[in-house]
Design a protein around this ligand. Structure first.
Ligand code: NAD
Ligand code: DAU
Length: 356
């Protein structure tokens, strides 16, 4: 079978990556999608059960920190384009173990950039198709906003505070350096907080939905006054599809929901929704709220201005938050097996047996 493009998607077994892989596999049978993932605790092939047998889908278990293996994979699968999502993604873990964030997020990204450069920019090889290295990043690189500051734009100076955001900022800089120094065709997008199905329950929304269901305490950091800008994950995946196809090489696009919530207000919405769907008295579970020591270096507020993406490429979030959070709560309540499986880590034992 001849494929128009061989697209390497890294981190495709994770939360956002699995939604991106699903869109690309289903929408573009003319592309071959190579999902490269190390299957860390956050990578779960059960997220992709519905497309795992699609003819245009290949899964490769590999570590982006292994440069020689990246070169081999570029060569073996004749990679034309990269959509790079693989990363260590949880801020709290980065505070405990910054080295693994530098290793995966910085060195892993550099390995992929260099593999792309060596594969794509060799002068005697005519490109099979136009190349693109699309790097998926975060709004956290811009630092934090005060309550009355204007939103982050693509021109906001980088000012990361956590080891996670510092590692993502460094990876963004490497991507730009490869564009400016070697002429590697790149594009970057920086997105706000995602929510939706298949998110690992260490992050606020799935953790709290699960805890509310099981009457466990809800550990709210500090006073619960920090603000995040929430975007439904399928809207992020749609934006990635659009930027991949129509984004300008060398450019950066911000992606956000214009949907800011104080943590404590969002938590109360989740409580009401879970209580209602479980037939409890609405708000009954507020008693589970427990204020705990704040996260070190906790950024006060993130809020993204995605006007450029709207004006240039016509993207807008499709879901109102009320609808998105209802869908999300229902999904976690209906997929308790998935939650039990990831919290017990059983799938990892299975992968150890499968892949050694
Ligand atoms: P996630 O933690 O759910 O998934 C990360 C995936 O990367 C997992 O499948 C994991 O197995 C894989 N991975 C980790 N280390 C690897 C390695 N060394 N080699 C190969 N694969 C490896 O993360 P997510 O929330 O889906 O985030 C995906 C990307 O989007 C990240 O780059 C993150 O910085 C970015 N991002 C996330 C959000 C968000 O709200 N979750 C928002 C903006 C940007
Ligand atoms: O802004 C985009 C970023 O959003 C992504 O780049 C990250 O990969 C992603 O993890 C997310 O980072 P946050 O730190 O904002 O997400 P998290 O779900 O960890 O926390 C959301 C807010 O909730 C934050 O203010 C901390 C707070 N929180 C979180 C947890 C896990 C709590 O109060 N209690 C908790 O137990």
């Amino acid at each position: 079978m001849f494929y128009k493009k061989n697209i390497l998607i890294t981190g495709g077994a994770g939360f956002i990556g699995s939604h991106v892989v699903r869109i690309f596999v289903n929408k573009y049978p003319e592309y071959r999608i190579i999902n490269l993932d190390k299957l860390t605790y956050a990578g779960n092939l059960a997220n992709l059960k519905d497309i795992e047998n699609a003819p245009n889908y290949v899964f490769v278990k590999a570590d982006i920190c292994d440069f020689e293996d990246m070169l081999r994979i570029f060569n073996e699968y004749q990679i034309d384009n990269v959509i790079h999502l693989a990363a260590e993604s949880h801020v709290d873990r980065s505070i405990k173990d910054p080295f693994s964030f530098a290793k995966t997020n910085v060195m892993g990204t550099l390995n992929l950039l260099e593999a792309a450069r060596q594969s794509w920019l060799t002068p005697h090889l005519a490109p099979r198709t136009s190349h693109l290295f699309y790097h998926i990043s975060t709004d956290e690189v811009y630092g934090e906003l005060d309550f009355d500051d204007t939103l982050f734009t693509e021109d906001t100076a980088y000012d990361p505070h956590s080891p996670y955001s510092a590692s993502k900022a460094a990876s963004d800089h490497f991507v730009r350096a490869y564009h400016d120094t070697y002429g590697l065709p790149t594009v970057i997008s920086n997105c706000s907080n995602n929510y939706g199905s298949y998110q690992f329950p260490e992050k606020l929304i799935p953790l709290f939905i699960n805890n509310i269901r099981h009457n466990k305490t809800l550990p709210v950091y500090g006073k619960g006054e920090n603000v995040r800008d929430w975007l439904y994950v399928e809207d992020h995946a749609r934006a990635i599809d659009l930027i991949f196809h129509e984004g300008k090489t060398g450019d950066t696009y911000n992606i956000g929901g214009f949907n800011e919530w104080k943590n404590i207000d969002l938590i109360k919405v989740m409580i009401k929704t879970v209580d209602r769907l479980l037939g409890r008295e609405e708000g009954e579970s507020e008693k589970l709220i427990t204020y705990v020591t704040d996260r070190a270096g906790h950024d006060l507020r993130y809020a993204i201005d995605s006007t450029k993406l709207k004006n240039e490429l016509g993207w807008e979030p499709s879901l109102q938050f009320e609808e998105g959070i209802e869908k999300t709560v229902r999904w976690y309540l209906e997929n308790q097996d998935w939650l039990d499986n990831v919290t017990s880590g059983d799938y990892q034992k299975y992968y150890e047996k499968m892949y050694g």
